[in-house]
Design a protein around this ligand. Structure first.
Ligand code: HEM
Length: 483
């Protein structure tokens, strides 16, 4: 086996077999593709399986390998030269079947998650009924093509590059597959101007206005060293993860020793920005926090809008880059960062070790490589000031080695579970779903870090709506070429 799944990888010093594996692995898995404008084209293959396979074989030539992505990113950092658009091609379980290639599909031990698909798992995930999803996501989806390009200008919603790549895809498809849906992603930003040291700070944000994408499992030695040396360090929260955190052998390839893939979750999550912002403000007032209003709001996510972790300080304005070297060992009872905060629910950083005695390794096994992208137009790309109540949101995307122990566990057993990490914790106020159950109340502490702080109980609605999605596998390029 070329990759040692139980370790990290130093890709710039990779051995020949490791390079062969990196050239066969799709990009975006071990590190994000970094493009700011995306197209997500969801496909259904036609009834002629041979024609569909021919399309996949032909389009596989365009797919960006991990090796190419990493080499191009290195060149970009050194010389500012951007490579061609990023292309990824992912297959659902129905996609393998429609290609007449079910025997090549991965057979994970995931309680049927991949084989059944996301729609069939809606009960477990407490997702809405199909009639509340966007129309395309009520139907069978066989594949997703991910195109990543550069925007035409820093403040432009358009990306001619991504659009042209989409046209090339449609030309190659030529009736061999049909488009079920196309989603357009565009990263949005906040411009903070210059700080005291003259550094111009532009932050990538999600639609509620919070810095996103900061905390990730790092599997490449080069990224781990950069985090250690150029960020706030890795001494408390260690972001080092083995590549097997997300990679699994791909059984579909004719060269199984160098073929790996990863399971992938796509969820279109619409954000009611107007509702969330109004509720934030109302909440700040209702618990009478005065100047602490921002703190109160930050406790929902667990970070201030600028990314400062609320467990570390009671005000925003933390370091650049955004801090990530923290855990909750000094705050086991949630006096600073509530136990229900989004980032604490989705990465408890030791809470479940203390509470249930599971090993830290077991807790960390659920961690995902997030590759999300915001969608929908606001009044501006940089510093949007409007507050839409729909039409914008997050395309949540993440890679996992196992959909049941990864995504489904995090969503159902942590975020949706009011009893995690302790009875009375409440659901995750950002992504927690209650299904048909009555809304329960969140406990808000009125003073940061004080054990005898006055406590307010308040209901919190769901401002993030699931509009549909699917489970996919990112096969090795050799699998796609050999279909
Ligand atoms: C519209 C929906 C969502 C919004 C607005 C949102 C927002 C955020 C923000 C602002 C952060 C903090 C920045 C960071 O640490 O990178 C974060 C972190 C995170 N989110 Fe979400 N998120 C959403 C959906 C999800 C979903 C569906 C999941 C998984 C089921 C998820 C899992 C995580 C994880 C694992 C982290 C990092 C926690 C850590 O390591 O400390 N998020 N999210």
């Amino acid at each position: 086996m070329s990759f040692k799944l139980e370790g990290t990888l130093r890709w710039t010093k990779a051995s020949e077999p490791e390079i062969a594996a990196l050239k066969d692995l799709q990009g975006n898995i071990l590190d994000g593709h970094g493009r700011k404008a995306t197209r997500h084209v969801f496909l259904r293959f036609g009834s002629n399986a041979e024609e569909a396979r021919a399309f996949v074989r032909e389009y596989a030539e365009q797919v960006t390998s991990a090796f190419r992505q990493l080499t191009e990113a290195q060149r970009f950092r050194a010389h500012g030269v951007s490579g061609p658009p990023f292309i990824g091609l992912l297959l659902s379980s129905s996609g393998y079947a429609a290609l007449g290639a079910s025997e090549k599909a991965p057979q994970p031990d995931d309680k049927g998650a991949f084989a059944e698909g996301m729609l069939a798992r809606s009960g477990l995930l407490a997702d809405p009924e199909p009639d509340q999803l966007d129309e395309p996501y009520r139907q069978r989806i066989d594949a997703m093509v991910l195109i990543g390009g550069n925007p035409d200008a820093p403040d432009s919603w358009e990306s001619t590059e991504a659009e042209n790549a989409e046209t090339r895809l449609l030309n190659i498809m030529r009736g061999r597959a049909e488009v079920v849906a196309t989603e357009i992603g565009r990263a949005i930003f906040r411009d903070n101007g210059e700080d005291e040291s003259g550094i111009h700070k532009i932050e990538g944000i999600e639609h509620f206005g919070y810095v996103d994408g900061r905390s990730q499992p790092l599997m490449l030695d080069e990224l781990i060293e950069r985090e250690r040396d150029e960020s706030d360090g890795i001494s408390v929260w260690d972001p080092t993860f083995p590549i097997g955190q997300v990679l699994v052998p791909d059984p579909g390839s004719p060269a199984p020793d160098t073929a790996f893939g990863s399971f992938f979750v796509f969820r279109k999550l619409e954000q009611d920005v107007a509702g969330f912002k109004a509720r934030e403000e109302e909440l700040g007032k209702s618990v009478d926090l005065g100047a602490q209003g921002e703190l109160m709001v930050a406790t929902l996510v667990g970070r201030f809008e600028d990314g400062t972790p609320v467990v570390l300080q009671r005000d925003g304005g933390g370091d650049n880059p955004v801090m990530n070297n923290f855990d909750y060992a000094g705050d086991p009872d949630g006096l600073r960062c509530p136990l229900h905060a989004h980032i604490r629910k989705t990465n408890p950083r030791g809470d479940s070790v203390r509470q249930f005695g599971v090993s830290l390794e077991e807790e960390r096994s659920h961690i995902m490589a997030r590759r999300g992208m915001t969608y929908g137009r606001r009044d501006r790309v940089v510093d949007p000031s409007d507050a839409p109540s729909g039409g914008v949101g997050l395309m949540f995307m993440a890679f996992y080695r196992n959909l049941a122990t990864g995504f489904e566990f995090t969503q159902a057993s942590w975020a949706n579970n009011p009893g995690f990490v302790r009875p009375g914790t409440g659901r995750d106020p950002i992504i927690g779903r209650r299904g048909n159950k009555a809304p329960e109340e969140l406990t808000i502490r009125k003073t940061w870090g004080k054990r005898d702080a006055e406590v307010a109980k308040t209901g919190f609605d769901e401002f993030v709506r699931h509009k549909g999605g699917e489970y996919f596998f990112a096969p090795s390029i050799s699998t796609l070429l050999a279909l």
